[in-house]
Design a protein around this ligand. Structure first.
Ligand SMILES: NC(=O)C1=CN([C@@H]2O[C@H](COP(=O)(O)OP(=O)(O)OC[C@H]3O[C@@H](n4cnc5c(N)ncnc54)[C@H](O)[C@@H]3O)[C@@H](O)[C@H]2O)C=CC1
Ligand SMILES: O=C(O)[C@@H](O)C(=O)[C@H](O)[C@@H](O)CO
Length: 320
């Protein structure tokens, strides 16, 4: 068991950084989270958003600040110290920014400090080129918002020791998340690759006038979005194949699958960005904080029902 992650420095306190702050703070009643972010509105940003990310019964942000379990560091050097157990970065998605940052952090912390990046798709082997021990850097890619969404894609570089991978997986499993180790550094890792392929097809269908933005959302929410939250694509198609399972599915539907695959490639023609953005803004207007509150309430409830039902099924299986 690696050292407890009690002194945590979060570099970048935007959408993801603040969500991870809530996750770490609610996962341990003793851990200390130090935020470093040069944004001029950091105080108001944290005070306005962080309370929504913490459970309603959790210690208030004001109390966390008063007890110094939550701190704002005025500099990187004051956020990352020899007593820091974990530095997690969620700054701008820029290879230049992250590559420049990690050698600085490495020089500030102890050799046992865990170094994680929340990047959407910049591999650790790219970000760590300037580090003296590149293998120390590990990608822990969340799905927004990480204080609720359980997936963490743990993506080691070829230089990363297995012990660091195991330590990160152990931490996230212990706090109720679902880490999945991705064994090769692909662009966008796995979740984003799957999401972006679907998103490309959705944009193409809107651009072709096959369907409007809001109808794509209705279709996904009323079918695959629900289905894949319960059983992923392989299990779902295995079930869909009846007695033949996935082999039966591929035998029955395989030609249509391949026909669709062969069509859905290459760039989308025309001014598709303007079209999908225009229809999205027309359908939903500007995003408000209340949108996030409603999203989080429903997402938490769905996850809770899935957990409750799976536990009930497991209990029945052990009792029979
Ligand atoms: N937004 C999303 O859905 C997801 C984002 N990510 C990744 O998380 C990272 C952050 O993304 P977001 O939170 O969405 O962006 P964001 O723009 O909300 O937050 C980035 C924060 O970094 C701060 N920052 C800028 N320069 C800095 C510096 N020198 N030192 C410290 N902080 C600095 C900014 O002030 C800002 O608050 C990116 O790498 C992104 O790819 C990962 C999964 C999902
Ligand atoms: O969709 C998410 O939450 C994450 O998988 C991402 O990394 C996104 O691509 C994010 O960067 C943009 O929404």
């Amino acid at each position: 068991m690696s050292q407890p992650l009690e002194n945590i420095a979060l570099i970048g306190a935007g959408t993801i950084g603040l969500s991870f702050a809530a996750l770490h703070l609610r996962s341990s009643s003793t851990c200390k989270v130090v935020l470093y972010d040069p944004r001029p509105d950091l105080d108001s940003h944290v005070l306005s958003l962080l309370p929504n990310y913490l459970p309603p019964t959790h210690e208030s942000v004001t109390s966390l600040l008063a007890s110094e379990r939550l701190l704002f560091a005025p500099s990187l050097e004051e956020a990352c110290t020899p007593s820091t157990h974990l530095v997690q970065e969620q700054g701008p998605e820029s290879a230049e920014f992250k590559t420049d940052l990690w050698p600085k952090i490495e020089a500030l912390v102890s050799p046992t400090c865990q170094l994680w990046t929340s990047t959407s798709g910049i591999p650790a082997s790219v970000q760590s080129v300037g580090m003296s021990s590149p293998g120390r850097l590990l990608v822990v890619h969340p799905f927004n918002p990480p204080h609720i969404m359980p997936l963490i894609e743990v993506v080691p570089s070829p230089a990363t020791p297995e012990a660091l991978v195991e330590s990160a997986c152990e931490y996230f499993s212990r706090i109720g998340h679902r880490p999945v180790v991705i064994r090769k550094e692909t662009t966008g890792f796995v979740a984003n690759r799957l999401a972006f392929v679907l998103f490309r097809e959705a944009c193409s269908l809107v651009q072709q006038g096959v369907v409007r933005v809001e109808d794509v959302d209705k279709i996904v929410e009323a079918s695959i979005g629900l289905r894949w939250g319960i059983k992923g694509p392989f299990a779902s198609y295995h079930y869909g194949g009846g007695e033949g399972g996935l082999a039966g599915f591929l035998q029955n539907v395989g030609k249509t699958v391949k026909d669709v695959w062969s069509e859905g490639e290459g760039p989308i023609e025309g001014a598709w960005v303007e079209k999908v953005v225009g229809q999205t803004e027309e359908a939903y207007g500007a995003v408000t904080p209340q949108n996030y509150v409603e999203r989080d309430i429903i997402t938490r409830r769905v996850l809770e029902v899935i957990r409750e039902e799976r536990e009930a099924i497991a209990r029945e299986e052990t009792e029979t």
